[in-house]
Design a protein around this ligand. Structure first.
Ligand SMILES: [Zn+2]
Length: 114
């Protein structure tokens, strides 16, 4: 939510959200935000709760940081977890989904598996 006091844009992001089970009943609060790092991009993102499916997904970035240290500081302050992703050893894309490890132990995206 965005408000202003006339001098500042004030952004309010809830730290927790209600989680719903498969029967659409409240099953307790879970984090609403998650730290994201892929080694080049650092942000605090929305955490999409899919507890009824037993999973959680990364949502849009709300706040972007210059480096990992800044991100870590903000996440420590707000007690947020950081999801850290590796990058494809061939094309340098972040490895967000399923990926394989090549015979040199490097992470490789689906496109570069062969
Ligand atoms: Zn690749």
């Amino acid at each position: 939510m965005i408000t202003t006091d006339g001098k500042n844009l004030i952004l309010t992001l809830p730290l927790k959200q209600m989680s719903y089970d498969a029967l659409d009943e409240e099953s307790g609060e879970v984090d609403n935000l998650i730290g994201y790092s892929d080694g080049k991009n650092f942000s605090i993102n929305q955490l999409i709760d899919l507890s009824y499916k037993g999973t959680q997904q990364l949502g849009s970035a709300y706040l972007v940081f210059d480096d990992y240290e800044e991100l870590k500081e903000a996440c420590d302050l707000c007690k947020l977890e950081i999801w850290e992703y590796n990058r494809c050893a061939v094309c340098d894309k972040p490895l967000l989904g399923t990926h394989t490890i090549d015979n040199q132990g490097r992470g490789i995206c689906e496109e570069h598996e062969k």
